[in-house]
Design a protein around this ligand. Sequence first.
Ligand SMILES: C[S@@+](CC[C@H](N)C(=O)[O-])C[C@H]1O[C@@H](n2cnc3c(N)ncnc32)[C@H](O)[C@@H]1O
Length: 224
Amino acid sequence: MRSVEAPLAVDVGYGASFTTTVEWARWLRQLNPRVEVVGLEIDPARVLPARDGVRFELGGFELAGYNPHLVRAFNVLRQYDAAEVPEVWDAVTSRLAPGGLFIEGTCDELGRRAAWVLLDAGGPVSLTLSWDPHDVASPGDVAERLPKALIHRNVPGEPIHALLADADAAWANAAGWAPHGPRVRWRHAHAELVQKGWPLAPARRRLRDNTLTVDWAAVAPPAH
Ligand SMILES: C[S@@+](CC[C@H](N)C(=O)[O-])C[C@H]1O[C@@H](n2cnc3c(N)ncnc32)[C@H](O)[C@@H]1O
């Protein structure tokens, strides 16, 4: 976003309202005020007039011919079959600008539980789980919002199931930190997961929500 003069960001399947795409554009402009933001919708009835500097157009995962630096698709693949996910990921990542990224995920209606896969031109890079610390009793509760590629894999024997079980166990072990608030408690639980060998990205102190970012390779469903 910062290294390109006027980067392009595309929100695929923005839905019935402009709200989230316009809010996303506001955040992205803090990184680069020249960012161009386009919302794409497959449903012609949902294509809206441009507003707040954001354009809305008809299109899908072929990205309407664009080669964006950043693509976001939230709560879109939920309606698809899990077998269709790799094809969609390829369609988007093969159209990214050099160095571009794709964020594909799901969240609840209020955005208090979210999970997304980060992909680059080479495929999936990481999985992030993020939750409102005051709304979620334990990290495993985010399982209900896992991306399509993983939601049916949260069963014993699968890596994502092992990660969520370890995260809940680490959360329970960190209960002594609860009086300091759920963010401090999570930092201790996060450290225990790292100690256990999970390849987690370092915790970012300034984030509002509790998050966990793990290398995709550690949670990728094994080929059956
Ligand atoms: C549940 S809404 C999600 C809206 C918004 N992204 C959100 O998270 O609130 C899913 C939207 O994706 C759109 N959609 C489904 N498949 C699509 C595709 N291949 N390309 C673009 N939009 C698609 C649907 O028309 C619908 O408006």
